[in-house]
Design a protein around this ligand. Structure first.
Ligand SMILES: [Zn+2]
Length: 242
């Protein structure tokens, strides 16, 4: 009985996933299809997607209107992205897979622990040959009116291209009327300025906006965002490797 229910759920999940992936590719105007991605995948020197769920440990990031830490939402989207990347055969890794983080004894203040975490991530990313980073965050603004996802790209034309794909895929998936554009990331983001590989930081939505915060609290919305970001990465690979 339970096995049957679980199988039904798994089939339902896979069908929904395939529909979402197809829809996002179609809506975002790419000529990419899954067969082509499979062909690209077989090529050598495939980049490694480094999924970086922002914050974690003692650093919860922003807090949603419902009291949920940004770090928890980022991690869930990151884990979904990791599962989807595995499903499509994209090599990937994560900078963290849990909410709890370990710190050395020498990191005896909150500021030192945050710094240690950021330095560890930079070290990890820098050790990966051919890394491409997507750092996942949620936005927050004093006005509750602001809404819509936005991508911020690191230096270099390759990052700019990934930023463009991330923006168009997220818009297509969750907010087609969005007028935000992908823009260069601010210099004061330690992780982004400390790495040299292609990288984007995505703010998936505003926790300060009532409607968007509620949506980000749902599993299905986070799956849409994760799917959109993996589709963006697929489009990026398609163009980068072709
Ligand atoms: Zn953040």
């Amino acid at each position: 009985m339970f096995a049957v229910i679980r199988l039904d759920k798994a089939l339902f999940f896979i069908v929904v996933l395939l529909i979402l992936i197809t829809a996002i590719f179609f809506i975002s105007g790419s000529n990419t299809d899954l067969a082509y991605i499979s062909a690209s995948r077989a090529r050598e020197h495939m980049p490694v997607l480094v999924i970086d769920p922002g914050h974690g440990g003692e650093d919860g990031g922003a807090i949603s209107r419902e009291g949920v830490r940004e770090s928890v939402i980022n991690l869930d989207i990151g884990l979904k992205m990791s599962a989807l990347a595995g499903f499509l055969g994209f090599p990937s890794m994560m900078t963290r897979e849990t909410e709890e983080l370990e710190y050395p004894e020498t990191a005896n203040t909150v500021a030192k622990r945050k710094r240690h975490d950021q330095e560890t991530r930079v070290e990890l990313i820098s050790s990966v040959e051919n890394a491409v980073v997507i750092s996942v965050h949620q936005n927050c603004f004093p006005s509750s009116k602001a809404r819509g996802p936005q991508s911020f790209y690191s230096k270099g034309e390759t990052s700019q291209r990934l930023g463009f794909f991330a923006q168009s895929c997220m818009d297509a998936a969750v907010y087609p009327e969005n007028r935000r554009l992908s823009v260069p990331v601010a210099d004061n983001i330690f992780l982004m300025r400390s790495i040299d590989c292609p990288a984007v930081l995505v703010e998936c939505g505003f926790l300060s906006n009532h409607e968007e915060s509620k949506l980000l609290g749902t599993d299905s919305y986070r799956l849409k965002i994760a799917t959109a970001l993996i589709c963006a990465y697929g489009q990026f690979l398609d163009e980068d490797i072709a």
